[in-house]
Each structure stands twice: as structure tokens, then as C-alpha cells.
Ligand binder design. Structure first.
Ligand code: ZN
Length: 152
């Protein structure tokens, strides 16, 4: 089910989201709704507060636009390490349409999270995926691309 996307400057985008306690059917249903919403909006990442749910959950599909769907669910994500090497990309946000911002992110990150079955996962990401994960975790902390210092 496609849900309406919460738009900046809605205060719900500024909340610190609390952790998920149980990965259950209700949470999986929320994640499924978020994928419907993400694909409908032509995005590659979406965080729960962007559909009005204040929990530490985001979804990502970095490659579906290239014809290869790779839906990933991240519950209670935590960044374990960040490379000193950085990347600068123009990032968009479905909650802030048509206002891309240049954002500096680590080039590589290591992340720990729970998947949609509640199993603990750990992985290394780089490039676009690393930037996307940082962007979505920012949402869970009430932070938006507008808060990042614009690169010169
Ligand atoms: Zn965003």
C-alpha cells in the first residue's frame, strides 16, 4: 500500500526515532508499504519517519532502476566504522523534492542491523550505497540533507 510521504518542514521529520523492539508482521507490513511507496516515488531509499512512523527502520533498493531489484530492510541500523576517505554527491530526498544538496559522506562504511526476519546482519558498503545508508540513518536521527554543510 502506497503511503503519503511526509514533506519538509513537517516536525515528524525532526524526531529522534526510538529502536524497534520486535521484528513482527506489523513491522514487515510497514516495510512492504514503504517499498510500494519507494518504487512509486522513483526513489532508492526511504526511512520510516518519511511515512510518519517514528521507528528505527529504513529500506533501500539501490539497483532497481538499473533493472535489478535488490530490496533491503534495515532495522535498528548502526554504523560500526567509517572510512576516512570521503565522497561528495548531489543527494535528493523524497521529503524535499527538487532541492538536491551536495553532501560529503564517508566512501565506505561498515554497518550492523536486523533484517526483516529479525536476524542480525553485518556488511560493508561503499559508494552510492554507503551514502544512501548514511542519508537514511540521518532520517532516523531527525537530520536532513539541509543540515549538511554544502561542499564548496
Ligand atoms: Zn531523505
Amino acid at each position: 500500500m502506497i503511503r503519503p510521504i511526509v514533506m519538509h518542514p513537517d516536525a515528524r521529520l525532526r524526531q529522534l526515532c526510538p529502536p524497534v523492539f520486535t521484528v513482527d508482521d506489523a513491522l514487515r507490513e510497514l516495510a512492504a508499504d514503504m517499498f510500494d511507496t519507494l518504487y512509486d516515488a522513483q526513489g532508492r531509499g526511504l526511512a520510516a519517519p518519511q511515512v510518519g512512523e517514528s521507528v528505527r527502520l529504513f529500506i533501500m533498493d539501490a539497483t532497481w532502476k538499473a533493472g535489478e531489484a535488490n530490496p533491503m530492510v534495515f532495522v535498528n541500523p548502526e554504523i560500526l566504522s567509517r572510512s576516512a576517505e570521503v565522497q561528495t554527491n548531489e543527494e535528493g530526498c523524497l521529503s524535499i523534492p527538487d532541492m538536491p544538496v551536495l553532501v560529503v559522506r564517508p566512501l565506505r562504511i561498515e554497518v550492523m542491523w536486523l533484517d526483516e526476519t529479525g536476524a542480525q546482519q553485518r556488511g560493508a558498503f561503499e559508494g552510492f550505497e554507503a551514502a544512501c545508508i548514511c542519508h537514511e540513518i540521518d532520517h532516523l536521527d531527525g537530520k536532513l540533507i539541509l543540515d549538511h554543510e554544502v561542499a564548496a
